[in-house]
Structure formats: C-alpha cells, structure tokens
Ligand binder design. Structure first.
Ligand SMILES: C[S@@+](CC[C@H](N)C(=O)[O-])C[C@H]1O[C@@H](n2cnc3c(N)ncnc32)[C@H](O)[C@@H]1O
Ligand SMILES: [Zn+2]
Length: 420
C-alpha cells in the first residue's frame, strides 16, 4: 500500500502539477492538498481561495459530520449507494466517503477547475479508489442535469460551494432519487444573517433579520428555499440534520417524491415575528396567514423574517445514530461529540432562542451563569435547553418578559421573587 502510494505520487504528481503541495491526513485518508502556507504571505490573505485548488482545513468538522451523516443514512437504507459531489475541490470529502462509509459505494467527484479535477484524480489514485470514484471536470449544474433521470439519480448529492448553494439547488433536487439525501453548505452568512437583506431575498426568497438567533434563521431560510424549489417538482423534504458555525450553515434533507409530501412540506413554511424592543418573538404558521404588526407585550412594531421553514431542524433518531457511531469511531473528537450532543438536546426545543448577553446588554446587568438560568427556568415550569447555535443561547417556551426577569434576578439578591 505504502509502496503503491509512493509510486503514484512520483508518477502523477511530478508530471502534472506546478504549484506547491503537501500531504495531509484527515479522517482515515491521506490526501495531497495545496500547501496553504505558500498562499498566505500577508496576515489578511485567505489562503484557501488564493491557492490554485480550493482547500480549507477548517472545514474538517463539516466533512466529519458529512461522513457520519452518510454512514447513518447508509445503515438505515442498507443498500449500495451512489454519491455525487459536484463541487469537489481537491476531492478530500469524496475520498473520505469512499473509505469511511461501509458497504458498496459509487461516487462522482466533479469540479469546474481543471487543476482541482487533476488533484482529485491524484487523491483517488493514491487511495486506490479508481474502481469506485469517477472524476469529471465540468459545470456542476450541467453534470447534475445529466443525472436527472430515473435510475440515474444519486442517493446523496453533497453541494459544498463558495458562498451560496442557491444556484445549484434546482439541479441537485432533480438529480437526487426518491428518499435520497441532499446536503447543502452555505457560507454566505452576511446575506443569511441580515447584513445584506436584498441578497438574501434574491437568493433564498425570504427576509432575514439581524437578531441574536440569526444563525437559526439562516438554516430556516435555506430549508425554506429548498422546500419551495422542491415543491414545484411535486417533491417534499424532511430535514434530518442541520448545524451552524459563525462561518457557515449546513443542512441535510431527505428528498421525498409526491404532491402530498410536498404539500406537507409547504405547510411547514411560515414567518417569525420579532420585537426589537422587548425581544418578544412568535412563529406564524403558513405562508398566507395574517401577520400582526405590533408587539402584544410592549406595542412596538414587529419585524418579519421569512417566509422560512418553521418545522424541525433535526431528526432526533438520526442524530442519536450519528452520536453512537461517532463515539464508536472518534472517541477523541471532543468538539464533534459536544456539538452533536447539544444538537440532539435541542432537537425538540422551540423555534428561536434567547441569549443571556443580549438580555443583559439590554437590561444593563451582569451576565449570569447560563446553566443557572436554565435551572431557574426549569424550576419555574419552563423547560429550557442550551443550543449549539450560540454559546450563551437558551431555548425555552418562556415569554421574553419572564426570561428577562429571571436573568435580571441574578443581579439582585432575591432571585426567588421572580414568578412565571
Ligand atoms: C468550497 S470549494 C469545495 C470544497 C470541497 N467540497 C471540500 O470539502 O473540500 C468549491 C469548489 O467549487 C468549484 N466550482 C465553482 N464553481 C463551479 C461550477 N459552476 N461547477 C463546478 N465546480 C465549481 C471551485 O473550483 C471549488 O473547488
Ligand atoms: Zn415588544
């Protein structure tokens, strides 16, 4: 095996590439990637996009979770899988799928950049995967459209682009089989979090809001966009898993054929109304429901986010099977396990979350320990959980005014005086 790799490296690498490269281990594979240090000459340089082939080591967590999600999907479906990564970069994700997912698997890895396709080819060869990975070099939408036909469609398409996945969603939906899985990454957090309002409306068909829970809104906007794009093909979605960091969001949804399933998905669309004065928020179900204009608590005008997905963001069983598998495979991956257990804990929690820092900033009081606030909320009849979306976030059904009273009670000497 080692000897084979050495031969492949010498023959393929030295004849084909003119840019500096290095070998990297991630998960259970070893791949050749651009040597990023060579492309970060100034402190503000973002090396991944300056390199001739895109590679971002920080996305390891994203890829680790993608492997776990595909393993969970494979073990539930129990069949041979066909997978497509239409924007593959150096191919690391697809190579990891081939090596780390059990059972028979056939993968198409594609990139429009010829250097990326060449590097992917090298990584396929050095991991001895030529029998299960095919590498192509064309536009992602053209590629997916050619597979949008019965018996050609994929079990999984993983769309991991620069910025927004919106331009690829339609072709991806058409090229995923019934009950197949579609994974989407979005890194355009400025539009999705409301910094560039018009760009979000253009790309995702919904209005974002610059609230403390904007990362959750971002996932809901992406899921809403997917729902409406699928609906025109008579296809519904079921969200299996999603997660968010400061820099990107990720969504895993089952693609389910049929007008009734599609109607059920569209019924999960709606709006979130938010009061920037007292932090009251409410969910409005349905795309054509009347929206109240004034906050029922303080009378301030309400701001609207949506239309967006108001349904579940995680399937608890799917998440639990990812956790069991992660414990079994990566017992040292503490960050990954912590993230997955937070996500499992909030699977059934209400839509949106409060953050103690936002509340304390408004009330001009010190920030109390998060777990103590959660405990007091629970003791007053408001079950509450942490959220992976924000380290100071709390998901609870408690109204904003009660959460504010509980938080402020910590700065007085008599927290017992708070009543729900
Ligand atoms: C964020 S990178 C992919 C990273 C990769 N998925 C990973 O996990 O390392 C996005 C890739 O999309 C490719 N790309 C951009 N536009 C494309 C298009 N229209 N069709 C196919 N590939 C495209 C870029 O060359 C780049 O390699
Ligand atoms: Zn209000």
């Amino acid at each position: 095996m080692v000897l084979t790799n050495v031969v492949v490296d010498r023959v393929l690498e030295q004849t084909t590439f003119s840019f500096p490269r290095e070998v990297l281990r991630e998960g259970r594979v070893s791949v050749v990637v651009p040597e990023l240090e060579a492309y970060a000459t100034k402190p503000w340089d973002y090396a991944p996009s300056k390199a001739p082939v895109f590679f971002n080591p920080v996305m390891k967590l994203n890829r680790d979770i993608a492997v776990l999600a595909l393993r969970a999907y494979q073990s539930a479906s129990g069949r041979a899988l066909s997978v497509c990564e239409p924007l593959a970069g150096c191919g690391i994700r697809g190579v990891r799928f081939a090596v780390e997912v059990d059972g028979e698997i056939q993968i198409v890895l594609n990139d429009i950049n010829p250097e990326a396709a060449k590097l992917t080819q090298l990584n396929v060869a050095r991991n001895e995967l030529a029998d299960c990975i095919r590498v192509t070099n064309e536009d992602a939408n053209l590629l997916m459209s050619r597979f949008a036909a019965p018996r050609k469609r994929f079990d999984l398409i993983d769309v991991d682009p620069f910025g927004s996945p919106a331009p690829y969603i339609d072709a991806a939906i058409r090229a995923v089989r019934n009950d197949g899985l579609l994974a989407l990454t979005a890194t355009d957090m400025a539009p999705l979090c409301g910094v560039h309002l018009q760009a979000c409306i253009r790309k995702y068909g919904g209005r974002p809001l610059r609230t403390e829970y904007c990362h959750e809104l971002a996932v809901r906007l992406l899921a809403g966009c997917l729902t409406m794009m699928a609906a025109k093909h008579g296809i519904g979605i079921r969200v299996l898993f999603s997660h968010s960091t400061d820099h990107y969001i990720r969504l895993y949804a089952l693609i389910q054929y049929g007008a009734r399933r599609s109607d059920r998905s569209v019924q999960q669309m709606g709006y979130i109304l938010h009061c920037f004065s007292c932090l009251h928020r409410e969910v409005v179900a349905g795309m054509f429901s009347p929206l109240r204009l004034k906050c029922p608590d303080c009378g301030f005008k309400l701001s609207v986010a949506g239309p967006l997905w108001t349904g579940r963001l995680v399937d608890k069983d799917f998440c639990a099977s990812m956790i069991t598998d992660a414990v079994h495979r990566n017992s040292d991956e503490k960050l990954l396990l912590k993230l997955l257990s937070l996500i499992e804990g909030e699977a059934d929690a209400p839509v949106t979350y409060y953050t103690t820092d936002k509340i304390c900033d408004r009330l001009k009081v010190p920030i109390p320990p998060l777990m103590q606030v959660i405990e007091v909320l629970g003791s007053l009849g408001f079950p509450a959980v942490r959220t992976h979306f924000n380290s100071t976030g709390i998901k609870t059904e408690a109204p904003a005014s009660d959460v504010a009273s509980i938080v402020s009670s910590f700065s007085s000497s008599k927290p017992d005086h708070v009543s729900p």
